[in-house]
Design a binder for this molecule. Structure first.
Ligand SMILES: NC(=O)c1ccc[n+]([C@@H]2O[C@H](COP(=O)([O-])OP(=O)(O)OC[C@H]3O[C@@H](n4cnc5c(N)ncnc54)[C@H](OP(=O)(O)O)[C@@H]3O)[C@@H](O)[C@H]2O)c1
Length: 332
């Protein structure tokens, strides 16, 4: 099997560390691995497959002879460095929001639209964490029943804000003041994720709207979102309210969901079986349950999904893209 030279950018972060875990678990065919972070972490040692690697400061010549680079160092780093890597023939899979809505970049959930990767530039974007776990259950519903309207409400864990979010939850649980969130995150939910726009939505909410349309190829889908930070360390929950085009049965919906890759139907309420952070943590599937009719509209359906935002919402989705791609066919 062909092996590739791989770079991880942001290797010391929450997502970066999980990249390494997932690359190891999936046994990605690596020839040479290089790990980048900022000058702050340069020189630190990291173990991968029982071998010690040294973190290197990211510079403009970091991508010489690299086949594939996994980025998770924030939008600023991706804006600056992804085009440099791509110009050198390296395939970039970027976790930030910098390139997601760029017309030349594919936005991929591998179970849904891996073929989009070949018609675009060398920069492939990994979608927003809440979007990934939401479009997965929506795709089989779109294929079988058609989608008319979607409303998302998210319950997002603090790890979605990176290490600083996790640190703030610990700080607040210890009775100290938050340094990152505007309120004591141990004692309240916060309906503010990313910046507010003039129309009252946040950037996070609009990421869900725009990215859903792009991944599912449904430019005119009616859709809105409300994103809420909750005092949970790991895994995001998303309540999805969907109006389908066609009539459906709950059995037909469950059949469509359970036969789709990447989804685990977890729905037996009488036995307290429904998606939750405890069951979804460290898994790469999206757990879907609480499936029932929406009583407020015709052909309305309600479902709740939970996934590990650092794994399927970030690192695992990116590595799954890399595994599913023909990297040499993708290189421009
Ligand atoms: N957390 C999630 O659920 C999630 C989900 C999807 C996507 N993402 C995206 O993934 C990215 C990283 O998120 P995270 O949660 O892993 O954040 P994090 O824990 O704060 O880690 C940030 C990483 O970026 C590195 N970095 C920062 N500035 C750098 C620079 N100038 N040059 C090189 N490396 C630099 C840091 O290195 P140092 O150790 O040197 O500081 C660290 O390795 C963000 O774009 C985020 O939006 C996160």
């Amino acid at each position: 099997m062909k092996k590739y030279n791989v770079a991880v950018v942001g290797a010391t972060g929450l997502v970066g560390r999980t990249f390494l875990k997932v690359l190891e678990e999936y046994d990605f065919p690596i020839n040479n691995l290089v790990l980048y972070a900022s000058a702050r972490s340069a020189g630190k040692k990291v173990l991968f497959k029982d071998k010690e690697y040294t973190i290197v400061e990211l510079t403009h010549d970091a991508f010489d002879n690299i086949d594939i680079a996994l980025f998770s160092a924030g939008g600023g780093v991706s804006k600056e460095y992804a085009p440099i890597a791509a110009k050198k023939g390296c395939v970039v899979i970027d976790n930030s929001s910098a390139w997601r809505m760029d017309n030349d970049c594919a936005l991929i959930v591998p179970e849904i639209n891996i073929d989009d990767a070949y018609s675009k530039s060398n920069i492939i974007a990994n979608p927003n964490c809440s979007t990934i776990q939401s479009v997965l259950p929506l795709k089989p519903l779109l294929d079988k029943f058609g989608l008319k309207r979607v409303v998302y409400t998210t319950y997002q864990s603090v790890s979605g804000s990176g290490q600083k979010g996790v640190n703030d939850l610990i700080r607040c649980k210890n009775g100290e003041k938050p340094e990152f969130y505007p309120y004591d995150i141990a004692n309240t939910c916060i309906p503010e994720i990313d910046e507010f726009l003039d129309d009252g939505y946040t950037k996070e909410e609009m990421k869900m709207v725009n990215e859903t349309r792009k991944i599912l190829h449904v430019d005119n889908l009616l859709i809105s979102a409300t994103c809420i930070r909750v005092p949970v360390e790991a895994c995001h929950g998303v309540m999805i309210q969907v109006e389908l085009e066609k009539e459906f049965t709950i059995e037909g919906v469950k059949e469509a969901l359970s036969s789709y890759p990447g989804i685990i139907l977890y729905d037996d309420v009488k036995n307290h079986i429904y998606p939750n952070s405890i069951v979804a943590k460290d898994k790469d599937d999206v757990y879907v349950g609480r499936i029932r009719r929406d009583l407020s509209c015709e052909n309305g359906l309600l479902l709740y999904c939970v996934a590990d935002n650092i794994r399927k919402g970030a690192a695992a989705n990116a590595v799954q893209i890399a595994m599913a791609l023909d990297i040499d066919k993708c290189k421009k």
